[in-house]
Design a binder for this molecule. Sequence first.
Ligand SMILES: *[C@@H]1O[C@H](CO)[C@@H](O)[C@H](O)[C@H]1NC(C)=O
Ligand SMILES: *[C@@H]1O[C@H](CO)[C@@H](O)[C@H](O)[C@H]1NC(C)=O
Length: 590
Amino acid sequence: MRIVFLLAVIAICLAAPALSTSPSYRDHSLWTKTTRANPHEVINFRVALKQNNIDVLESVLLDVSNPKSHNYGKHWSIERILDLIAPEAHLSTEVVLFLEMHGAFNVENHRDYIKASARVEDIEAIFKVNMFNYKHVSRPDRIVRSGAVYTIPSQFRDLIHMVTGISELPHVKAQPAPRKLKVGAADSGIVIPQTIQNLYGIPTGYNNNKNTSLCLAEFQDDQSFNKKDLNVFATKTATPLITVTNIVGPYSGSDPDLESTLDVQYGGAIAETANVWFWTVEGWMYEFASDFFGTKVVPYVVSMSWGWPETLQCQSGVGNCQNGETAEQYVQRVNAEFIKIGLRGVTLLAASGDQGAPGDGDPECGNKKKPLSTIFPGASPYVTSVGATMLQAPSAADKRAAKKNVGANPPICTGTPCATSTTEIVCTYPDALITTGGGFSDYSPVPEWQQAQVSAYLSSGVPLPASQYFNSTNRGFPDVSALGHNYAIIASSQIEQVDGTSCSSPVFGAVVALLNSYRLNNNKPTLGFINPLLYSAPSSAFTDITAGDNKCTESCCSKFGFTATKGWDPVTGLGTPVFKNLLAYVQTLN
Ligand SMILES: *[C@@H]1O[C@H](CO)[C@@H](O)[C@H](O)[C@H]1NC(C)=O
Ligand SMILES: *[C@@H]1O[C@H](CO)[C@@H](O)[C@H](O)[C@H]1NC(C)=O
């Protein structure tokens, strides 16, 4: 399996045409098996145990997240959730004892999963595998894996769902390759925090509740932003200095990564004084979600700008799925973890993808059998899926207003003109480097909270792809949108311009963090799983984006895709936030 970060870059060269780069989708899984592993080397792994009552847990989540329910906001504790779903204590204890008896150590029983370490020779005996050293073409280090299917000890076959850390080869992000940017219908000015704050009416100078928080989650070896860059960003954009209050997982600040840099700079700038968490993950969604759920003190909002098609979560050879598990089973297990996280009162957001409706399943626009694909976690019903818009070329009135306000511009606009338009359209290639993703999940049925809007879309008379290409009875995504074109970030002290639903997700996450601040200041619970609230909000809470489609990808346009229209659509969702009206609605809730 390959996983992509949802971001494309334009490198700025002085007085030269803008060059852009976008991720290349080849060469992700170039692992080579080398020598047999040292039998004494230590491996960390985790064992996911089968859960009970997930259907009950889901109805509890929907109840506490429904603004009309008298249980609204009554979130559950970790213990209460595990009491409902975890296997009986004596069963997990048996697995712990078995692992310890066979040489495992540091064994942690988290009730519905077990984390442990063991030497290679013990792993080989327990799971009937041969462990090898693997090297990747683009990584200096080596890792130890079996690269082949493991065997669950027979007495635990009904209890253990999957084991991670032993067989699967992790996904390595490819280096971006240059591409030319065409400028046409879009505003060519850069987007800075003030562009977003002005457009959505997001207040500045916000003195947040000191417990409000926003977390940026990063995957693969994408583990760094540079603290010096935050200083330069603050000076150049005239915004308050961003302080990252919590770092979880491996971090190296010397070699800033563009995805992490974007997430921290725009999530942090829009959320103002909220606590900013930076959480790096060794592994993929199951590792993240299971660790996050089990952590006592966690941030209340998480943005994930990462994804890959739902149906490709178990791509052969490398991937999360072993032992005959299907992509659908992997997606369902992670969705169960997302339900648990939502029930704790945490909002999860994910980018809706950068390759339009064709998605990473058909980035070259040539697949006749399956021309549309989805994204995970962006198509999960338990995340708020965020799509991208862009500013259209400025009108004469926009230009006049910008001229008047030129004195208020921060220093960054001097060398690189800032955007002046105030009208949003669908973010799409070839005017942007990406096309916003959207469509219908392959696996999850349409949730009740969006049923009315999805039905209205399907019966609105907009042209739809032929019915065999998408599952119209399923969850539609995205839910909402925010700007996703031409953001200016500071990486290694340089200005870089980036495009992506990667821009949109942390910005909408920051809006949720500010709304949470209001809730906390008024002794109300955090917003948690926010989709039922978004779909029940008055239409004035969003600017509806009604023109454009998502038939293109990052490099071509397909015949297949969805068209934006009045109301919710699988292109820009409900639209972009009108902060004042969204807050007014939140203020009416318990
Ligand atoms: C922040 O959270 C802690 C722990 O829940 C609580 O004791 C404290 O009162 C909260 N502070 C504010 C300002 O809400
Ligand atoms: C559509 O998705 C549902 C699950 O929500 C599934 O039961 C059904 O088989 C799918 N239909 C097709 C044609 O894939």
